[in-house]
Design a protein around this ligand. Sequence first.
Ligand SMILES: NC(=O)c1ccc[n+]([C@@H]2O[C@H](COP(=O)([O-])OP(=O)(O)OC[C@H]3O[C@@H](n4cnc5c(N)ncnc54)[C@H](OP(=O)(O)O)[C@@H]3O)[C@@H](O)[C@H]2O)c1
Length: 291
Amino acid sequence: MRVLVTGANGQLGTDVCKALKNVELFPFTHDDIEIKSLDSVRQAISSGQPDVVINTAAYVKVNECETEQDEAFAVNALGARNVAVACQETGAKLVHISTDYVFGGEFEYRSVPYTEFDTPIPPNTYGRTKLQGDNYVQHLCNRHFIVRCSALFGIAGSRGKGAKHGNFVQTILRLAQEQGTLRVVNDQICSPTYTVDLAHKIAELITTDFYGIFHITNKGNCTWYEFATQIIEMAGLSTPVIPITSEEYPQEAKRPYNSALDNYHLRLMGMDDMRPWQEALPCFFKELKLA
Ligand SMILES: NC(=O)c1ccc[n+]([C@@H]2O[C@H](COP(=O)([O-])OP(=O)(O)OC[C@H]3O[C@@H](n4cnc5c(N)ncnc54)[C@H](OP(=O)(O)O)[C@@H]3O)[C@@H](O)[C@H]2O)c1
């Protein structure tokens, strides 16, 4: 099998490339492909002739999407369209990575996670751009998997959010060294997800013909405050963590109160063996120490 990965040096792309075994791999970075350009995407795909394309490339700066709307739509919506068009032309399967932030824009109390059959209402521009990308993929490429994930942590750190400090775990560890006390929002629920676990599930999914939308997260969900508390405890630190509200931590892009995802489609297919995030976190810590 020939597999082309976009965003290959990104946080998720790095672990996707590592998880793919017994494939001919085309790890394309931003230097190798510009997904905003249909020509560039066509050229990359025709040079690699992949059976599968895994599109992890995106404009991921959630707050900056509010001021850089054009760039956000160009990459997240039109970029996804370009990849979908090229995959349809060549018959390649497409795995397109989406986000939990397509949900939660109703800004109401919600106690249960979202399934793939819930109707997305994005809370912010980033979510709107990603949802448009999902829509293009659904309409333009028959053999698609749209993979929605949440609160990623992986060794590479999110390049878009600043590499080494580019995920929540790394940020909390850094802030714990720099500050006496941490204040973290306790009214936003997410599904923390280790990119290694997500990457292995994607590697499994591409061997199937179970097309459609998949929510893929580690099991369980928590508030960012609860997540931070667990990180501090697991790191053996004693930095106090104080719960605060979203109002006390205003950001340019509005965040949903609950965007936790339910891996319902995987469960229906008998494929949901994702471990709890509390079990994945120690593995990430081990990886950080080895790095
Ligand atoms: N991080 C999260 O917590 C999270 C949560 C939910 C969903 N997601 C989704 O997961 C995916 C991966 O996120 P990540 O954390 O791995 O982000 P990341 O580390 O920033 O990786 C994104 C990659 O895409 C590349 N890229 C950006 N714009 C591009 C373009 N126009 N053409 C080609 N390549 C481009 C980047 O390269 P350069 O840096 O060189 O530009 C980078 O390698 C994204 O689709 C994101 O929406 C992320």
